[in-house]
Each structure stands twice: as C-alpha cells, then as structure tokens.
Design a binder for this molecule. Structure first.
Ligand code: ADP
Ligand code: MG
Length: 678
C-alpha cells in the first residue's frame, strides 16, 4: 500500500492543528514525512570567514558577543540583532521576524548561525540558529517554521518510521541499485534521519541523491514518451538531392559539427516521431544556416516552414539572408512582423493560408490567431530562451503539430541542459567555422577611457566598424536612451568629422531601426552606438570592435552574447569592457571574460558564481529544486541518473518488466503535474 495515501493523523499527538503546521511545510502524508530530509549537509558545514562569499549562505560558529537586541517595527515586523565573535572578528547577525530566537543567544555562550553573508558590511542576515549543544550531528537540521519545532518534527518522523518502515517501497529498480551500490528506500530513510555513523549517513545521502535525480529524469522521460505517443509527428520525405546540392553550392563548407547536427535534424524530420529538438551552439557557430537547411528539407517534402525570431531587427536580417538563399530555388519566402500595416498583414497571411508561401520568417506576430498555415511541417524558434513558455507552446501547437527546432546562442550549462531540457533532444554545434580568431578582450576602468578612444581611432583608420553598447541602467527606457545619447554625442565629437556615427535604441520606430542596421551592415555607418537592442543574433562580419560601457552591470552570459557580435569573420576582433566593479564577484566576472572565449565555460562559471546554495529555489537560474542533490556539485550523479533514465525509457520491454512496477506507478502519480512542464 502506498504511504502517500496514509494520513498523518494516525500518528500519536497529531491533531488538526499539527496537521496544519505539517502541511505548511509541504508534508501531507506519511510518505512526505519520511522523505522530509534534513537540509543539505554541504551548506551546513561551518566555514571560516575567508571562505564566506558575498550573498551566499554560510554557517558560522562563534561566541555570542553582545546581548541580543530585539526591535519591533511596522505591523508584526521585528529585527533581532546579535554580535557573534568568530576568528577574532565581531560579526553582526540580523534576524528578521523571528523574535523567538532571542532566547537562543546568551552572551559568552557558543552559537552557530546559518544565513546569508554580506561581504561589504561583513554581516550576516540570519536564517536559522543551529543548536550547538545537541547530539545530532550538524547535518540533521530540518527546515521548520514557527508552527513546529525541530524536536517535534523529529519525534514524528521517528514514530512514523517505527510504524511504517517495512512498508516503504523502493522505487529505484534492483538492477540499478546493484550496479551503483545503492541503498533501498527504507535504508535511505533510516540512514538520513537516524544515522549511526558518518559512513551510514554518507551512503544514504548518495543513494538519496541518485534516487532524487533519477526520479526527476524518469519524470521527464515519461513526459517525452507520452508526448510522442500522443502526437504522431509528421514524416517529411525530403529531397536528398536538393539538400546535397544546396549544401554544395554554399559559399563556405559546413563545419564537421554543422554537418553532424544537420544529419541529426534531418533524420528526425524523416522519422514519424515528433521532433522536439534543441540546437545549441555558441555565438557565431553558424546555427542559422543549419536551420535554413532544415527548412528547405521541409519544403521539398511538401510542407511549409517557419522561423520565429525575438526581435524585428533579427527577423528582418534572417529574412534578407534566407530569401537570398532560397528564392533562386523557386521557394517563396515572406516576412511577418507586428509593424506591418493591416493590409500587408492580410495579404501575407492569405498567401500563408493558401500555401503560396513556403517559408515564413517572423517575430511573435507568427503566433497570432489570425495566422493560419496550410501545412506547417517545421517551426524553428531562434534564440528560444527569449520567448516565453507560452509563446513557444502556442507555436508548437499551431496547425498539425509541426516538428520543432529551438535554437539558442546562450550556452546552456550541462546541468541546466540535463535538468530542464531533459524532454528535448539536444544537438550541439561545438565548433566554430575555420579561420575564426579568438576575440581579444580587455577590461579597463572608466578613468582610463582615453585608452579606448585611442584604440578606436586606430581601428577605424584601418577600416574597422565598431559597436558601442550601453546597458540598461534603470528600468526606464528613457534613462537608457539618455545615456546612449550622451555617448553618441561624445563619439560624434571625437570621430564625427571623419566617420559616420549611428544611434540605435529600443524606442525608435521599427523601420528606422531597420534602416540604421542596414546602413551599418553596408558600412554606411562606421560606429554604431546602441542600447542592448542589438544583443541577439545580428550578424555584421566586418564589425570587429565591441565596446561595452558599464560592463559590470551585465551578467557573464549576456556579455558573452554581446561580444559575440564581433569575431564573425576572419579578421582579428576586439572587445573592450569598461567597468568599475564594486565587488569581488564583478571583478571576477571581468577577469573570466578576458581569459576565455568559450561560452560553455562561461555559462558554467556563471551558474557557479551565483552560488550553489542560493541557486536552489532561485528561479532565475532556471534550475528545478532538489531536496538532497545539488545539480552543480553532484553533476556526476546527475549525469548517470539521466543516462539510466533514458536507457530505461528508450526500450519498451524494459518498462514492462515487473522490476520497474513501483517506479512506474510512482512516476505516474508524482509527475502528473509535470505534464505542464516546459
Ligand atoms: P549564430 O550561431 O550565432 O546564429 P550565425 O548563424 O549568425 O551564427 O553565423 C555566423 C556567421 O558565420 C554568419 O556570417 C554565417 O554566414 C557564417 N558561417 C556559418 N557557417 C559557416 C561555415 N561553416 N564557414 C564559414 N562561415 C560560416
Ligand atoms: Mg543566430
């Protein structure tokens, strides 16, 4: 019998009130309680001050050095201040809205506090007080709230374990437990809550991590499986000869990596299963041409193909390129954007509906209800992370379940790819076209800005084109514009006599943006000062210098994206970061950028620097929450778990074996909700 159907009310001392407080921790039944694990071990190791990282969580041990002071303010709000002396430094620890913690501190006594470190103030925003005198090893600390105490919770877990331990069904199949020497679920629960030794605790945690990751991956796999059963995809019998000739006639040779992903994609399109593929490739790796080949294939099979880009500038640029490539093959292309007049729009959509247009390039205007396709076979989503989940979904559900190719230039760290894109197949272009040179990156402080002017002078004289980018300084577009205008004025003053300076910003009407972009790509403009509207996608190979103002305001990945606007041809390119970073982390970011051009390395670093402690539950990082496992530190376990889940779901026979019965029913129940997962 399933412990998830067993009520907590059966435990001694659990009445309506306690039920409520357990529920507030997300514990709804016996199963939840038994698997309510103490929070992570790694975080709970006391650290010394020199290991403390700004804005990351840390456990500090020391001696209470001041009487705790409780202040009340506002409605029901409190602030508790206490000083903890550690390694000879007196650290201010502040707890908000946990007035009851006051009693935990007594001057001169030992204390251990867990919280978020502020490097500039050398203070801690406290989250929990750890009982230094308890026998429990420091790792078995449960996350509790006002309504229930640690002791009570542990008591409940104990009685639940005594009563139900022989009914804990193991979900990870036997063959995997043998292969990786994993404990069964009863042993896991026991070893994590009541370890008798450190080894037992470690072993239980390792098994629990595998279990957690494995179940998650199985959830993704089962979604994928259901998806493929539900939507039998389109079989696109494309014309191999046309494709071959098209590739041969290109002005360049595809890289080995491009060749490989083209094959992966075409194979998918030709099979009857529904393609849901992510094409990942660093900036400049040449994803566009890969998507054009896929679209061409779709058209030769008698279908329409569409590509959706996040900005009008990019859509326009794609359209120019794609129509130039495909029109000679008598393929009709069209562009659809939000800025077209109603008349134009109606005209274009009619052709799309009647199937007169084969390849449609557009912005999110493509997903409007008024756009019907005759027979859409493939939809390409460029810079897919720029679209909301719903937009992507709407596009996918257009017409008769077209194959989907989602592209991203933002390198997705392995962890992220495994955890959030597990239900997609991933193709990766891990190679740049031959002849590309490493972009040389320099970081200067704003007081040395003259150096940048000198450099730009020299480069312009050599015929180079220059991007100058300024960040989103405030939430207001107006402010950004002002900033960009100031810089534009400065460049005009310095270089305006000899060179043409252009200004591009988000508030311009689209046709104006387009014509400026056009002028830049035809070298009518030499220096383009811009807000971040140029961030994604644009491709002007002759531009070889990228100057980024206030670079410390951008994240690593975004800086890498921006830098990727240069270095797109065979000329030596440069990126100059102007930044006055205010903290260590920002200094570190500048240093990493100057030292590597590898988007994958950068993305991993980015994720790491946000802090593994902070990352869990941090929506921004895009990672799902795990209870015991940490996708960064435990990447090896995660990878193995993914592999095994894939292998299991890849073969129907495996899934029918009695060995995985528990697993299957668990996944079915637990991951129903994941059906809406994107
Ligand atoms: P991204 O992957 O960042 O979208 P693009 O598709 O815009 O990159 O390609 C960047 C540039 O490289 C374009 O000018 C494109 O024509 C060129 N390119 C693509 N593939 C190759 C190749 N195999 N050899 C040389 N140049 C290529
Ligand atoms: Mg691109």
């Amino acid at each position: 019998m399933d412990l998830r159907k067993e009520s907590l009310a059966q435990l001694p001392g659990v009445g309506p009130k306690r039920l409520e407080s357990l529920e507030s921790l997300g514990i709804k039944n016996i199963y939840d309680l038994l698997f309510y694990f103490p929070f992570r071990y790694e975080d709970m190791e006391a650290k010394s001050l020199d290991q403390a990282v700004d804005q990351e969580k840390i456990l500090l041990k020391g001696v209470v050095a001041s009487e705790p002071i409780l202040a009340r303010f506002g409605y029901k709000k409190t602030r508790l201040n206490v000083r903890i002396l550690t390694e000879g430094e007196s650290i201010m620890v502040t707890f908000f809205n946990q007035p009851w913690l006051k009693d935990k501190f007594e001057t001169g006594q030992d204390a251990a506090v867990y919280g978020k470190w502020n490097e500039a103030r050398r203070s801690l925003t406290g989250m929990k007080v750890i009982d230094v005198n308890s026998d429990d090893s420091i790792d078995s600390v449960y996350s509790v709230n006002k309504s229930i105490r640690q002791k009570t919770l542990i008591g409940l877990i104990k009685s639940a374990f005594e009563k139900y331990h022989d009914r804990i069904d193991t979900v990870v199949p036997e063959y995997l437990r043998q292969k990786y020497k994993l404990l069964d679920d009863e042993q896991i629960v026991e070893g994590i809550h009541f370890p008798k030794s450190e080894e037992q605790s470690d072993e239980a945690r390792r098994s629990a991590k595998f279990r957690e990751f494995f179940l998650f991956q199985c959830g993704l796999q089962s979604i994928k499986l259901k998806d493929s059963q539900k939507n039998v995809g389109i079989t696109e019998w494309y014309d191999h000869e046309v494709i071959k000739k098209f590739i041969n006639d290109l002005s360049f040779t595809l890289t080995t990596a491009q060749d490989r992903v083209v094959n992966e994609i075409l194979k998918d399109m030709e099979s009857d299963h529904h393609m849901n593929r992510l094409l990942q490739g660093d900036v400049g790796s040449g994803k566009t041409i890969v998507s054009v080949i896929a679209m061409l294939a779709s058209v030769t099979a008698g279908y329409q193909a569409a590509i959706m880009a996040p900005t009008e500038i990019l859509a326009q640029q794609h359209f120019d390129k794609i129509s130039k490539l495909l029109e000679p093959l008598k393929i009709r292309t069209a562009i659809l954007t939000g800025s077209q007049t109603k008349k134009e729009h109606d005209f274009i959509t009619q052709d799309i509906r009647e199937g007169k247009t084969n390849v449609i390039v557009g912005t999110h205007a493509l997903i409007q209800d008024s756009v019907d396709f005759k027979n859409l076979g493939l939809i390409v989503i460029d810079e897919q992370h720029r679209f909301g989940v719903n937009q992507r979904k709407a596009m996918r559900e257009k017409d008769n379940n077209p194959d989907v190719l989602a592209m991203t230039a933002t390198p997705i760290p392995r962890t992220l790819a495994i955890t959030t894109y597990g239900d997609m197949d991933v193709s990766r272009i891990d190679q740049l076209p031959a002849g590309r040179k490493k972009i040389e990156t320099y970081w200067i402080r704003s007081q040395k800005i003259e150096q940048m002017y000198h450099f730009v002078t020299k480069e312009l004289a050599g015929g180079a084109q220059v991007y100058v980018v300024t960040p989103l300084i405030s939430e207001s577009e107006k402010m950004d514009l002002k900033n960009a205008e100031l810089i534009y004025d400065k460049f005009t003053e310095l270089f305006g006599q000899k060179y043409k300076i252009g200004l591009l910003h988000g508030q311009m009407p689209n046709d104006q943006k387009e014509s400026i972009m056009q002028d830049f790509s035809t070298k009518k403009i030499d220096v383009l000062v811009s807000t971040t509207v140029i961030e994604v996608g644009v491709d002007v190979p002759n531009a070889t210098v990228m100057v980024i103002y206030d670079a410390n305001r951008f994240g690593l990945s975004q800086l890498h994206q921006l830098r990727g606007r240069v270095g797109r041809g065979d000329k030596q390119s440069y990126c100059i970061l102007i930044a006055d970073p205010k903290n260590e982390a920002a200094v570190e970011r500048m240093k990493i950028l100057t030292s590597t051009n590898d988007g994958f390395v950068l993305a991993e670093q980015d994720l790491k620097m946000r802090g593994s402690g902070d990352m869990l539950g941090n929506r921004q990082s895009g990672l799902p929450e795990f209870k015991v496992g940490n996708p960064i530190n435990d990447i090896n376990i995660l990878e193995v778990a993914q592999e095994e889940a894939k292998r299991l779901y890849d073969d129907k026979a495996n899934l029918d074996s009695p060995e995985v019965r528990n697993l299957k029913s668990f996944i079915n129940d637990e991951y129903e909700q994941l059906n809406n997962f994107d």
